[in-house]
Design a protein around this ligand. Structure first.
Ligand SMILES: NC(=O)c1ccc[n+]([C@@H]2O[C@H](COP(=O)([O-])OP(=O)(O)OC[C@H]3O[C@@H](n4cnc5c(N)ncnc54)[C@H](OP(=O)(O)O)[C@@H]3O)[C@@H](O)[C@H]2O)c1
Length: 334
C-alpha cells in the first residue's frame, strides 16, 4: 500500500514532470541556429545588449570570437553584463560597452559620432532594444514621441540611417531588426501615430484590445522598416532581416507585471515561454547564418522564414518611411 504522504508528494512531482515533458516536446519546434563559423574580425553592434535576448545574442556571438559593441541605455549595466560574460568566456571576442539612449535623438547622434571616430566599419547592426509600457502611463521620449513609437521605431530608424555608410563599408553586411509576431495585431492610424486617443482611453481604464497597441504598432513599423530598407539597399551588399524571437521570459514586461501575475502565469511560463537564450536563436541566425545571405527583406521566426498574416501594402510602407524622416527632421511630433 502507498502511504498518504507519499501520494501527496507524488502528485505535484508527476505534474511537474508532465509539464517538463510537454515543454520539451513543444521546444522541438523552437528553431536553433546551427551556424558555427568563426566570426573573428567581424564587428556586431547590438542595441539593448545588457539584458534578455540581446544579452544572449551577444554571448552567442562572443563565443564565436566576434567583436560586440554593447549599445546600452545604462553604461553601468553594459559593463556588468560584459564582466559576467568575461567570467563565463575568458577567451571570447572583444566586448565594448557604449552609452546609447534610443529615447533621445541627441544621444543617438552622439553615439554615432563616437562609432564613426572609433570604428572603420560595422558588419552587423542588431536593432534589439525595446520597451513595453502600459499606455495609461503616457510615457514619452525626450522629443515628446509616444514611447513605443519613439524608442522601438523612430530611434532605431534614425540610428540605422546614420550608420549606413559604416555598414556599406563592411559589405556583405547585415541589419537585423527584432520585431514580433504581435505586429499582426497592429492598427496604424497615420493621423494619430502617438496614440493620443488610445492613451486617453487607457487613462480612464478603457483599452480597445488585450495587447498593448503602442507596442504592436511599433513592431509593425519594425517590419515595414525592414521591407522598405531592403528595397532601398538592393544591390548595396547590405541585407536587412526582421525576426521574432518568440514569447520569451525576459525583463520586457517589467512595467506590466504585478505579483499575482507570477502566480497566475506560472503554468503558462512553464509551458509556453522560451528562455532568453532560446529566443536569441533566431536573432543569431539572422545575424550570422550564411544560408540566408542575399535574401533581404524577409521576416524570420524559429530560424525559418515566416509568412506574416498582416496585409502589408506599399502605400503604408512609403507613408511610414516619409513620416519618420519628417518627424526626425522636425524633432517633435507634428
Ligand atoms: N520577450 C519577448 O517575449 C519578446 C517577444 C517578441 C519580441 N521581443 C523583442 O525582443 C527585443 C528584446 O527584448 P527582451 O525581451 O530581451 O527585453 P529586455 O530584457 O527588457 O531587454 C530590452 C533591452 O532594451 C533596452 N532599452 C530599453 N529602452 C531603451 C532605450 N531608450 N535606449 C536603449 N536601450 C533601451 C533595455 O535596457 P535597460 O535594461 O536599461 O532597460 C534592455 O537592454 C525587443 O525588441 C522586444 O520587442 C521580445
Amino acid at each position: 500500500m502507498i502511504s498518504a504522504p507519499a501520494l501527496y508528494a507524488a502528485l505535484p512531482i508527476s505534474v511537474l514532470v508532465a509539464i517538463g515533458f510537454i515543454r520539451k516536446w513543444r521546444s522541438r519546434n523552437w528553431g536553433k541556429c546551427v551556424s558555427n563559423t568563426c566570426l573573428r574580425g567581424k564587428t556586431f553592434l547590438i542595441t539593448g545588449a545588457n539584458s534578455g535576448i540581446g544579452l544572449e545574442t551577444a554571448k552567442a556571438l562572443v563565443r564565436r570570437k566576434a567583436r560586440v559593441i554593447f549599445a546600452c541605455r545604462d553604461i553601468t549595466k553594459a559593463k556588468e553584463a560584459i564582466n559576467a560574460i568575461r567570467k563565463e568566456q575568458p577567451s571570447g571576442g572583444e566586448l565594448i560597452p557604449m552609452q546609447l539612449d534610443l529615447a533621445s535623438f541627441e544621444s543617438i547622434e552622439n553615439f554615432v559620432e563616437v562609432i564613426k571616430a572609433g570604428f572603420h566599419k560595422i558588419d552587423v547592426l542588431i536593432n534589439n532594444a525595446g520597451v513595453v509600457v502600459p499606455l495609461s502611463q503616457d510615457e514619452k521620449t525626450k522629443e515628446g514621441f509616444e514611447i513605443h513609437f519613439g524608442v522601438n521605431h523612430l530611434g532605431h530608424f534614425y540610428l540605422t540611417n546614420l550608420l549606413l555608410d559604416h555598414l556599406k563599408r563592411a559589405s556583405p553586411s547585415r541589419i537585423v531588426v527584432v520585431s514580433s509576431t504581435l505586429h499582426e495585431r497592429a492598427k496604424l492610424d497615420f493621423n494619430d501615430l502617438n496614440l493620443r486617443a488610445e492613451i486617453e482611453k487607457a487613462k480612464q481604464g478603457r483599452v480597445s484590445q488585450r495587447h498593448n497597441l503602442g507596442y504592436c504598432n511599433s513592431k509593425l513599423m519594425n517590419a515595414y522598416f525592414v521591407r522598405a530598407l531592403a528595397d532601398r539597399l538592393r544591390d548595396s551588399g547590405i541585407d536587412v532581416h526582421a525576426c521574432c524571437p518568440g514569447f520569451c521570459y525576459t525583463n520586457l514586461f517589467r512595467n506590466s507585471v504585478r505579483w499575482y501575475h507570477y502566480i497566475l502565469m506560472f503554468p503558462v511560463v512553464l509551458l509556453f515561454m522560451r528562455s532568453a537564450k532560446q529566443g536569441s536563436e533566431t536573432v543569431v541566425y539572422c545575424a550570422s547564418d550564411y544560408s540566408i545571405e542575399g535574401r533581404s527583406g524577409k521576416f524570420y521566426r524559429d530560424c525559418a522564414e515566416y509568412n506574416s498574416k498582416y496585409p502589408f501594402n506599399k502605400e503604408e510602407e512609403i507613408k511610414l518611411w516619409n513620416i519618420s524622416e519628417e518627424l526626425i527632421k522636425a524633432r517633435k511630433p507634428l
